[in-house]
Design a protein around this ligand. Structure first.
Ligand code: SAH
Length: 351
C-alpha cells in the first residue's frame, strides 16, 4: 500500500485498480501514511495556510427535486426564505469587517433571482467591496447567463458534479440531466471562472468503483476547487432512511484528491464538521485548505437545512469566525484572510 501511495505522490495519478485498492484500505498505519503524504503535498503549495470564505445562503427556494436535499421543491415542510439585495450586501459588509475577502453566494435554483437581479447584486458587491472575490453557487444556467455573471464581476463558481456515475446521478436527480451538469462545468471553465466541482460520499447505491470514477472525472476536468462531503440523510426527503457517508471515507478521499490535484483549493466542509465534532480539523490535517464559515443572518440559518444536524445554525457570524480561528490554530495551522485565489490566477479581461 505504501508503494501505491508513493506512486500517487510522485505521479499525481494512478490506475483505476490502484485507486480502488487505496479506497478499500482499512489498515490504520497505511491510512495515516496517506494522510501524512497529503499533508506534505498541501504544505508545498500552501504551507500552513487555511483560507476562509464567508458563506451567504441567500435563498432556500428551489425548483429542483434532488432526492437527498432538504430544500428540494417537494419538501413542503421547508420554511422558505429569500434575502433581499440589501440583506445580502449587509452580510458582505459584516463579513468584510470580520476580515473576509471572499463571499460565497449559495442558494437553491430560485428563478425569483433573475439574471438581471443577480447581475445587479454581483456588481454592487464589487462596487462597494472591490478587493473581494465573489463565488456563486446557484446551480445550472445557460452559457450566456454564466457569462453575464462573469462580466458583472463574479470570480468563481461552485457546481458539484455530485457523482460521476450517470446511473447513480439519474437515480437521485429526477428531471435533471447528467450531460447538462457536465456542460455547465465546461462552460464555466471556458468563460474564465475559477471552477469548483465535487461529489458526495456515501450516497445510496454508491460503490467504491463509482468514487474511483469521481476521481478520474476530477483529474480530467482539473477544477480549481473541489467540494466533497459525506451524504447526510435529511428527514423530509425520500432518502431519509439511508445510511449516509462516513467521516473516515471522506477524509481518505480528501487525501487522495490532494495528491491527485496538488494545488486544488479543497474545503473541509460543513457536512464533515456536522458528522464529527472535529470533522473539519480532520479534513484540514488530511490535505484540505479552505473553510467556509456561515455569514447568513441567524434568523435564516436553520432554514437552509440541506441535511440533518447541520452545525453552526445558532452562532452569530462573529462567533463563527472566532470559533473557526481557534479550531484552525489548535491544530497548528494559520488563518489566511486574503482572497485566496487559485495559485497564479489571472482573471481574463471581460470581452
Ligand atoms: N443549488 C446549488 C447549491 C446546492 S447546495 C447547486 O445546485 O449547485 C450545495 C451542495 O450541498 C450540493 O451540491 C450537495 O452536494 C450538498 N448537499 C445537498 N444535500 C445534501 C445532503 N443531504 N448531505 C450532504 N450534502 C448535501
Amino acid at each position: 500500500m505504501k508503494h501505491l501511495i508513493d506512486q500517487l505522490y510522485k505521479d499525481s495519478n494512478l490506475s483505476k485498480e490502484d485507486f480502488l485498492k487505496i479506497l478499500q484500505c482499512s489498515n490504520k498505519e497505511d491510512i495515516s501514511y496517506l494522510t501524512k503524504k497529503a499533508n506534505e503535498r498541501r504544505e508545498e503549495s500552501y504551507d500552513k495556510k487555511v483560507f476562509l470564505r464567508g458563506l451567504i445562503e441567500f435563498t432556500n427556494y428551489c425548483k429542483c427535486h434532488c432526492r437527498y436535499c432538504g430544500i428540494r421543491s417537494e419538501n413542503k415542510k421547508a420554511d422558505r426564505y429569500r434575502l433581499t439585495e440589501d440583506e445580502i450586501l449587509q452580510c458582505c459588509h459584516k463579513g468584510y469587517v470580520l476580515g473576509y475577502r471572499t463571499f460565497v453566494l449559495q442558494g437553491g435554483e430560485d428563478s425569483y433571482y433573475t439574471i438581471s437581479k443577480l447581475v445587479k447584486i454581483v456588481s454592487r458587491i464589487k462596487r462597494e467591496l472591490p478587493d473581494c472575490a465573489i463565488t456563486l453557487s446557484i446551480g445550472e444556467l445557460s452559457y450566456d447567463n454564466y457569462k453575464d455573471l462573469y462580466d458583472a464581476g463574479a470570480d468563481r463558481y461552485l457546481l458539484r458534479h455530485e457523482t460521476a456515475s450517470k446511473e447513480l446521478y439519474e437515480q437521485i436527480h429526477p428531471y435533471m440531466s447528467y450531460e447538462n451538469r457536465r456542460r455547465c462545468l465546461k462552460d464555466l471553465k471556458k468563460i474564465g471562472f475559477q471552477v469548483g466541482a465535487g461529489f458526495m460520499v456515501g450516497l445510496p447505491n454508491q460503490k467504491d468503483e463509482d468514487l474511483v470514477e469521481d476521481l478520474m472525472f476530477l483529474k480530467e476536468l482539473n477544477p480549481h476547487m473541489i467540494g466533497i462531503g459525506p451524504f447526510i440523510p435529511h428527514d423530509d426527503t425520500p432518502l431519509r432512511h439511508e445510511a449516509g457517508g462516513t467521516v473516515e471515507k471522506t477524509v481518505i478521499l480528501l487525501s487522495i484528491i490532494r495528491l491527485l490535484l496538488p494545488k486544488v483549493l479543497l474545503p473541509a466542509t460543513t457536512a464533515l464538521g456536522s458528522l464529527h465534532p472535529t470533522g473539519r480539523e480532520l479534513g484540514l490535517k488530511a490535505g484540505a485548505n479552505v473553510v467556509m464559515p456561515n455569514l447568513s443572518p441567524i434568523s435564516v440559518r436553520e432554514k437552509y437545512a440541506l441535511y440533518n444536524g447541520k452545525i453552526c445554525t445558532g452562532d452569530e457570524a462573529a462567533e463563527c469566525r472566532k470559533c473557526i480561528q481557534k479550531r484552525i490554530e489548535s491544530i497548528g495551522f494559520n488563518l489566511d484572510l486574503s482572497r485566496g485565489d487559485y495559485i497564479n490566477w489571472r482573471r481574463l479581461q471581460c470581452l
